[in-house]
Unconditional design. Sequence first.
Length: 240
Amino acid sequence: MIELQNVSKWYGQFQVLAECSTRVGKGEVVVVCGPSGSGKSTLIKTVNGLEPVQQGVVVVDGVRVTDPKTDLQKLRARIGMVFQNFELFPHLSVRQNLTLAQVKVLGRSPEEATEKGLKYLDRVGLLAHQDKYPAQLSGGQQQRVAIARALAMDPVAMLFDEPTSALDPEMINEVLDVMVGLAQDGMTMMVVTHEMGFARKVADRIVFMDHGRIVEDSPKDAFFTAPTSDRARDFLARIL
Ligand code: ADP
Ligand code: MG
């Protein structure tokens, strides 16, 4: 579903991604981890073309993201992305947040969009909050709305960039639980996170990055029991 082939990117002289290759099969969950500044956010944003690259090829569901002729707007409508900082529209109610892009981007009728949006709002356990505004919700609730909003677009894959790292500890699990449910339902997911409990539970593979390189891309069990790189061993020792 997602394929990166030898992706490299520079900011001026600074190489932020160095020959990164990996793939996420349909229904797979790949967790991306590594030290701060190692290029995780940049890598995941290359998948939907939010970060252009100078070298390499990115393909999502058969569409070449790195082809200049590709309509990125159209592509992004098919890939859900959830960021660290919720990014709901503050001036719109929860229900309006859920329906806006469905109507504007996918051309759905307001009725259809509302039905779909509320279905996913129910799924994340927040149906009763549809008339509230983001500021009236907790961080964990806002993030669950953001996930429901992405799902309402019927994405072929979901990207998560540290979705729980801005949350108070007591709210982390309510968001992870939603993500675990998604994974178990077969959603294709690429997830930047340091939540290794989540990784242990649902990841198929773990990608470990350091200084812009993918230094390890292993099945979950191999990564946790016998990381091949010293860097990954040190990292695990520090966070587990
Ligand atoms: P991570 O998500 O792993 O913390 P990032 O992908 O955000 O890492 O950043 C990787 C590196 O690229 C960092 O050293 C960061 O400072 C640098 N970087 C990110 N964005 C820019 C930019 N727009 N210009 C220059 N350097 C950047
Ligand atoms: Mg980051």
